[in-house]
Ligand binder design. Sequence first.
Ligand code: ZN
Length: 227
Amino acid sequence: MTASSAPPPGTGLLVIQAVRKKHCAECRSGPLPLLVLEGGVPRCLDCADLGHLVFLPRGDTALTRRSREESTLSAVVVRFDRRRSRYERQGVLVEEAALARAERRCLLDEEARRRRRLRDAERRAAEDVRFTDAFAAEIRRLFPGCPDERARAVAAHASLRGSGRVGRSAAGRALSEAAVVSAVAASVRHVDTPYDQLLMSGVPRPEARRRIAGLVDETLGRWRAAG
Ligand SMILES: [Zn+2]
């Protein structure tokens, strides 16, 4: 074995996935799929007292880390990659009970994450409802004549577009008088004027806006005044 193909040091117990056919120096079994080198001499896992361990392929970082934490005895499995001229990690050997405990911990984590996601979703839904209520209340304060249904529809729409999801300060900005007036005006434009028909018939947007501006102002003025 050349220096460049020596297994990486400092990784604890190393088990090698044999590339060439080797037999155990002690019990002569083989060819060995997995072997341990002790003083350059190959031994099978049983003779190296690792026969009771189970193989966990690499890939699941959390499960691998926890399995090794739970396992009194563990080993890193490597294979020599000729093309790259170096040993590559293939997985670990751990105690079966340790693997089971690690899997349980990962499942519990997954369950905890699932519950946290549910709580987050519920909190966001509650925030959206609070935001919608606050927005509707602000519409009614500024436009006492605005029909209740309309105020709620505009508020719900605003909530969909931003609301609790964007945080307290953004929600505060969204509730500013200018933002509320602009949302109500947009609703009036689309619902109470022929604005959309004008756009559909090819009238340029600034011209369409100009034509319906009077109607929008009139409606907003009526809603502001009526108590
Ligand atoms: Zn052996």
